[in-house]
Design a binder for this molecule. Sequence first.
Ligand SMILES: *Cc1c(COP(=O)(O)O)cnc(C)c1O
Length: 376
Amino acid sequence: MVPFNKAPFTGDEFEYIRQAISANKISGDGRFTKLCNKMMEDRFGAQKVMLTTSGTSALDMAAVLCGFKPGDEVILPSYTFSSTATAMVLGGAKLVFVDVRPDTMNIDEKKIERAVTDKTKAIVCVHYAGVACEMDTILDIAKRHGLKVIEDAAQAVMSTYKGRALGTIGDFGCFSFHETKNYSMGEGGAILINDPEYNERAEILREKGTNRSKFFRGQVDKYTWVDFGDSYLPSDINAAYLYAQLMHADEIFNDRMTLYNDYLKAFKPLADEGRIELQHIPEGCTHNAHMFYIKLKDLDDRTKFIEYMRDSGVMAVFHYVPLHSAPAGQKFGRFDGEDEYTTSESERLVRLPMYYNMDKKDKELVIDCALRYFSV
Ligand SMILES: *Cc1c(COP(=O)(O)O)cnc(C)c1O
């Protein structure tokens, strides 16, 4: 069976993990955590990067840092992972779901402004499949209405919008290093803070509400509980795994991109014939080959495709039942305007196996099976 995903592994992880253990520093903010933060700050041009225990906890941090008050609203797409929404609920906000664009499955920037009320405090843009939302338009709306912008860049590490790294454009960016993402540490993530005003509050929030980070820098002589906090420091063992991944970031990127382009070449003719639709990469955006999906005719066509692929030894999957139709989505939010594309487009989408270092034979099997489905 060709799996849908395999955790990325380069071979150097063992050595760095050994070093982390030998240094007798396996809790948070050790050598590898610092190295990873610094590497990402340099590479992405980020003001501040802090590793977290997950992409979800990075979103939790962003939501708390926004400082929502009861009744405040946050605008977000409904076609996303539960984390995007549940973090905003933790932060105390009401959810206002907005439709997606069918070409990228990202929030439709043209439908955001009509959802803005005097309660709106933030927009969460999810860069689905590592492809950027229309950030200039979103930033313009945010500026005119005084809203914070949180980028859920969980899938978008190494993607860009007009030359800028995704995650560094809004007020906060959130990466995920879950094993299903391009770069991994098992479970983990990072928050990117783009306004230095939030640095100190973020450190306190991440360190159980204490000013421990200041203490370690010698800025205060003892540390104490100063504000609400939580525990978002990953173990340095996990950071050591990520360090190996970041050291090989280009190699992983190029390998995924080759697979993506091979898929693209194989399926482009079907798209040209109108049999399927492919992902659109807007002008000025570069993606990171996080995902390769195709859109079939409808739900029935997709169900048949997934079954056909499974019977041929390939795991192809769909995901995300739109959140506004889920029990918690109904409890915590509402959909603004008409669901023109979110539900109907999500029902057509299927993802093909996509991971670092995929066997060439497996790749060929995926392509052959899929093409055979369309030839009958
Ligand atoms: C993976 C993902 C998350 C959550 O990341 P975890 O590290 O699994 O907590 C959040 N949002 C999106 C869009 C994701 O794909």
